[in-house]
Design a protein around this ligand. Structure first.
Ligand SMILES: NC(=O)c1ccc[n+]([C@@H]2O[C@H](COP(=O)([O-])OP(=O)(O)OC[C@H]3O[C@@H](n4cnc5c(N)ncnc54)[C@H](O)[C@@H]3O)[C@@H](O)[C@H]2O)c1
Length: 313
């Protein structure tokens, strides 16, 4: 792909597609978006307007402009000239199959098709495709115009070259792609989140602490350092001069015991009411819309600060 003249197509402009559209417009690319939903174009343009100040803070490339967005309700028209297609349609395999078939009927044979799918495997998505070798996973995190992580991987029929191309492309746009070497349900980051949520729910159910206390345990505890270094480097830091080897030898046996006591995933929806009540109680003194605005503001400040620290990976 020639970085100077990249045409990007966004297929599906819901929460995630709108974030991607903002990101690629901010990179100075021509973006063509498509979505059949009622009012999709005006909703998308409003989202991009709302997201644009954040994109500006993170840095607009030369020539970046919201004017570079074209909208069409026709998927074929949207992808015809695209070098990179970010599929962000509904999370249903049958819909993804129909979308891939429509995309392939009009797209260039070597255009990369990256799916934002949170839970479907690329191997399943690429079944029946004409050029399955160019279908990759490009899984972002919400808000996708701010959070740098993109999980990239291939299915059984994806060529490793195209996974590498997608990684290089996302990197060039300022994202932080990671490669998934082997397909697993839910990819990586969401599995880590699910492990934590499973235990958080269990602690509430067992009466160990309130929803609010558990949120504080993360937001004022390990969550602060997890935004800077991942779980393994933090473990290494906890080991003093002996690093990760020492800490695992020292605390590993106790951790294995705690692991035996961790909660399992609830079998039914009965837990939801108590969690929802806990969240409602925690939010009572706050305005949630303003909370999210302030969260995004802090996220941007954190990303800006991290960029200036040479020894933070
Ligand atoms: N919401 C998240 O936090 C999140 C995070 C990462 C990845 N994802 C993934 O991103 C994808 C989109 O999720 P979302 O949350 O933006 O969903 P969403 O419901 O907000 O948006 C989906 C959009 O697809 C549109 N659509 C329906 N049929 C279509 C078609 N034939 N062609 C084009 N567009 C069509 C809908 O009108 C809608 O606007 C899913 O695969 C999801 O798993 C979501």
């Amino acid at each position: 792909m020639n970085e100077g003249a990249v045409n990007v197509a966004i297929v599906g402009t819901g929460v995630i597609g709108a974030g991607w559209a903002t990101h690629f417009l901010a990179q100075g690319f021509a973006v063509t978006a498509t979505d059949p939903g009622d009012g999709a174009e005006s909703r998308l343009r409003k989202w991009i307007d709302d997201n644009w100040p954040a994109a500006g803070r993170l840095g607009l490339a030369k020539g970046a402009s919201r004017q570079n967005l074209t909208f069409t309700t026709d998927v074929g028209t949207a992808v015809r000239h695209a070098d990179f297609i970010q599929e962000s349609g509904p999370e249903r395999l049958d819909v993804k199959h129909t979308l891939i078939a429509t995309i392939e009927s009009a797209a260039k044979a070597d255009a990369i098709i990256a799916s934002s799918s949170s839970g479907l495997s690329v191997s399943d998505i690429q079944t029946g495709a004409r050029h399955p070798e160019r279908i990759v996973l490009g899984h972002p995190f919400n808000p996708s115009h701010i959070i740098p992580l993109v999980e990239v991987g291939g299915g059984r029929l994806t060529s490793p070259e195209n996974v590498a191309k997608a990684i290089a492309f996302y990197t060039a746009t300022g994202k932080k792609p990671i490669r998934i070497d082997k397909e697993v349900k839910g990819h990586i980051a969401n599995r880590l989140q699910v492990a934590l949520w499973q235990e958080a729910i269990s602690l509430v159910q067992r009466g160990v602490a309130s929803v609010e206390a558990i949120d504080a345990a993360i937001a004022y505890g390990p969550g602060l350092r997890w935004a800077l270094l991942g779980p393994f480097l933090n473990l290494h830091a906890s080991g003093g001069p002996g690093g990760v080897t020492h800490v695992l030898q020292h605390l590993g046996p106790a951790q294995r015991e705690w692991a035996k006591d961790l909660g399992t995933c609830p079998e039914s929806d009965e837990y939801i009411e108590s969690i929802a009540k806990g969240v409602e109680a925690e939010l009572t003194p706050y305005d949630f819309t303003e909370m999210l605005r302030q969260r995004d503001e802090l996220l941007i400040q954190l990303l800006e600060a991290k960029r200036n620290l040479s020894q933070i990976p």
